[in-house]
Write a protein that binds this ligand. Structure first.
Ligand code: ADP
Length: 244
């Protein structure tokens, strides 16, 4: 589903992603862990071209982009259609109700049928436990409710891959569980996902593969939860021991 090869990204001559290679298979849940500043968010943002990599290739679904030449708008659009992004800070449209937040993109971007989109949106809000809040504006909702609405908004575009950037780190501890439960349910349905997270127990439970990043490199990766339960690299061991 995703194949990333020799991906590099610098900001102001500082190399933040130094040469990244990994793959994500269909239906897999991949968790990206590592210290703050190691490049996790930048890598996730590169996957849907919110950041433009300097070199390397990204293939998602049937699209493949190489970053050695200037990107065409068509390529950006093609790559983006495969993924849905959920941000740390929710990023709902503040002047739209929950249901309006969901229906806007499929109707305006994908030109989908309004009635069908509305029905699908209502089903998704039911799924994330937000039906009763569908006519509220974001500022009338808790952080957990906003994040569940943001997840439904990403899902309504029917992305092949869901990208989560620390989806619970802006939430009060008592609201974290309700969001993790929604993400876990998606994992159980076979939704392909890449998740940047600091929630190690969650990663241990949910991941088919864990990638540990440090200073712009993936220094260790492994199947299931073995990177957390049996770390091999000294940097991974050090990172995990600091969390205990
Ligand atoms: P992580 O998600 O692992 O905490 P990030 O990808 O957010 O790491 O950041 C990696 C490095 O890149 C950090 O040093 C950060 O300051 C820098 N960085 C991220 N985004 C930008 C940007 N837009 N401009 C300049 N530097 C950035």
């Amino acid at each position: 589903m995703i194949e990333v090869t020799s991906l590099k990204k610098s900001f102001d001559n500082v190399e933040v992603l130094k040469s990244i290679d990994f793959t994500v298979n269909k239906g897999e849940v991949v968790c990206l862990i590592g210290p703050s500043g190691s490049g996790k968010t930048t890598l996730l943002r590169c996957l849907n071209l919110l950041e433009t990599p300097d070199a390397g290739t990204i293939a998602i679904g049937n699209s493949r982009v190489s970053f050695n030449s200037i990107l065409k708008k068509r390529e950006i659009k093609e790559i983006r259609q495969y993924s849905g992004m959920v941000f740390q800070g929710f990023h709902l449209f503040p002047h739209k109700t929950v249901i309006e937040n969901l229906v806007t993109a499929p109707i305006t971007v994908k030109k989908d049928n309004k009635t069908t989109v509305k029905q699908k949106s209502e089903q998704l809000l039911e799924k994330v436990g937000m039906s009763e809040h569908k006519n509220k504006y974001p500022d009338a909702l808790s952080g957990g409710q906003q994040q569940r609405a943001a997840i439904a908004r990403a899902l309504v575009m029917e992305p092949e891959v869901m990208l989560f950037d620390e989806p619970t780190s802006a939430l009060d501890p008592q609201l974290v569980r309700e969001v993790l439960k929604v993400i876990e349910a998606l994992a159980n349905e076979g939704q392909t996902m890449v998740i940047v997270t600091h929630e190690m127990n969650f990663a241990k439970r949910i991941a088919d593969k864990i990638l540990f990043m440090d200073e712009g490199y993936i220094v260790e990766q492994g199947e299931g939860n073995q990177v957390i339960t049996k770390p091999q690299n000294h940097r991974t061991k050090e990172f995990l021991s600091l969390l205990e």
